[in-house]
Design a protein. Structure first.
Length: 166
C-alpha cells in the first residue's frame, strides 16, 4: 500500500498503524483522548485487534511508512447501530496541506454511507485545521463538552460534531 487512495488497514498492518498512532499521540497530546504512555504500553496484538474491530483507512509513503489515517467505529448494539464515530484523524506534518486529510476522511465517510445515518466526532476547541476539514464535509457542531481533556494540568474543551448521511 503506497501512495494512491487510502486503503483499509488489516491486522497485518498493526506495526505500521502502531507507529503512526503513537506518533500522533506523542506530538498532539491535546487533540486525542488516548494517552501516549498508556497506548505505548499495549502489545502489538492490541493494535491488530483494533484494526479488526474498526475500519481504519491510511495512505503510505514511498518507504512504506504510513503518512496519515482516519478511523471509523461502528456501534454494535441495536439502538446505536445507525451511528458511527470518526476517530484518530491524523496526517504527518510533511504530508499536510496536500489533500491527504480530506482523502482519509472521505474514505471513512464513503465506507459509512449506505449503512450509517449519522457520523459523530469530537475535536478539541481551537483545532481550526481539523474543524475546517470536518466542516468541509458538512459536519456541524452540536455541542461543547467543557473540560473534556486534562493534559499536563491544563483543561481543554471538546467540540461535538455530527454529519447526517441518511
Ligand atoms: C487536522 C489534519 C488531519 C488536517 O490534515 P491536512 O491534510 O493538513 O488537511 P488540509 O490541508 O486539507 O487542511 C484542512 C483545512 O484546514 C485549513 N487549515 C490548515 N491548517 C490550518 C490552521 N493552522 N489554521 C486554520 N486552518 C487551517 C486548510 O486550509 C483546510 O481548509 P480548506 O479546505 O477550507 O482550505 C492535520 O492538520 C493533522 O493531522 N493535525 C494534527 C492532528 C489533529 O489535529 N487531528 C484531528 C483530531 S480531531
Amino acid at each position: 500500500m503506497t501512495g494512491g487512495p487510502p486503503c483499509r488497514l488489516g491486522p497485518d498492518d498493526a506495526a505500521a498503524f502502531r507507529a503512526l498512532r503513537l506518533e500522533a499521540l506523542q506530538r498532539h497530546p491535546e487533540v486525542f483522548a488516548a494517552d501516549f504512555a498508556e497506548e505505548a504500553a499495549r502489545p502489538l496484538d492490541w493494535f491488530a485487534e483494533r484494526l479488526a474491530a474498526n475500519e481504519v483507512f491510511a495512505t503510505a509513503g514511498p518507504d512504506g511508512a504510513l503518512l496519515g489515517m482516519a478511523g471509523l467505529m461502528r456501534h454494535a448494539t441495536a439502538k446505536l447501530r445507525h451511528k458511527a464515530v470518526l476517530w484518530g484523524v491524523y496526517v504527518r506534518e510533511e504530508a499536510r496541506g496536500t489533500g491527504l486529510g480530506p482523502a482519509l476522511v472521505g474514505a471513512a465517510l464513503a465506507a459509512a454511507r449506505g449503512s450509517i445515518e449519522e457520523v459523530r466526532l469530537t475535536v478539541t476547541a481551537g483545532n481550526e485545521a481539523a474543524i475546517r476539514l470536518y466542516e468541509g464535509f458538512g459536519f456541524r457542531a452540536y455541542g461543547l463538552e467543557e473540560r473534556a481533556l486534562r493534559v499536563a494540568g491544563r483543561d481543554y474543551d471538546d467540540v461535538l460534531m455530527a454529519l447526517r448521511l441518511g
